[in-house]
Design a protein around this ligand. Structure first.
Ligand SMILES: [Zn+2]
Length: 108
């Protein structure tokens, strides 16, 4: 019989709506005050089990940003984007962090 090591922290986490792939933890949330393609979106400090697209320059309401699309590594659903760089000084806190669209992820 197999004995799995349980995570004693019991942290709430988010998974991909489509395939159940684990993506990030609730306590990685930096801000819930974002908009994505499909509605509200969340900024997370770190995300796992995703693949990143090529660099893209994009003009957002908060200035010029260089981003990469974020895809689920399992089902390849486009879940949001990753902030590579932000031109505006006041937006620098987003660099190296991830936006996931709320309608595409599920809290567990
Ligand atoms: Zn998925």
């Amino acid at each position: 019989m197999l004995h799995l090591i349980q995570d004693s922290e019991e942290r709430d986490f988010y998974q991909c709506c489509d395939c159940g792939n684990n993506l990030t933890y609730l306590d990685e949330t930096m801000s819930t005050n974002f908009r994505g393609r499909t509605g509200s979106a969340t900024l997370f400090s770190s995300v796992v089990n995703v693949t990143l697209g090529p660099l893209e320059d994009t003009q957002l309401t908060t200035g010029l940003h260089t981003i990469r699309a974020v895809y689920c590594s399992n089902c390849l659903e486009k879940l949001g984007w990753y902030y590579e760089t932000a031109a505006e000084f006041g937006q620098k806190y987003k660099e190296g962090h991830y936006i996931l669209e709320d309608t595409l992820i599920e809290r567990v």
